[in-house]
Design a protein around this ligand. Sequence first.
Ligand code: MG
Length: 245
Amino acid sequence: MKKRISLLVCAFTSISAFAQHVGDPKLTEVWDPVPAIVKPGNAPSDAPSDAIILFNGKDLSAWTGEKGAAAGWDVENGIVTVKKGAGLITTKQSFGDCQLHIEWRTPSEVKGDGQGRGNSGIFLMGKYELQVLDSYNNSTYSNGQAASIYKQLIPLANASKGPGEWQTYDVIFIAPRFDSKGRVQSQARITVIHNGVLVQNNATIWGGTEYIGIAEYKPHGAKEPISLQDHGNPVSYRNIWIREL
Ligand code: MG
């Protein structure tokens, strides 16, 4: 009996091995769609050919300030810097699923500590804050340090460079989906690479960023503008581009 089973197994194995070599391999080839050709920038941080440039180093024409005012941050030498009290700045265009590249720098002159040191932030869809902070030898709560999703997701590593050094975030963001009654169909997800280091790996965002209390989702559009935070510290940004997914 035992022999018969092993013979059967043997026969089955041979048949399935044989089956891999019969039939038409073309049946599993997919030729359409053809991915669009995108010419990469010369350096990985250069905008590729299909990117939307959000800050070109010259002006804030892609941005507005609060309550319909012009974006009031300082632009100089290809860099835009938070102007204390000017309020957050917001993209004129709205975005849903996207790939975002953004470079930032906290002040070289270290002032304050914890959350008061080089604090700004990138509010995806105006609601989900990817924290910008000087987290180089600067203790604060882990879910509030640089590359955290503020008060939610602790980064996988602290890849921070020092004060005054340029840093990069490369972000892949998948917007949340809501049904017609405003119920969450799928939560937002985020991948963040900080200075070349994976710090958020397709992580699920719990809801809109809250300073106090638990995050929760409130229904919103499929596309919403991105905001940069004025937290009163002169944090600078440059080379901001985005690709819609
Ligand atoms: Mg912040």
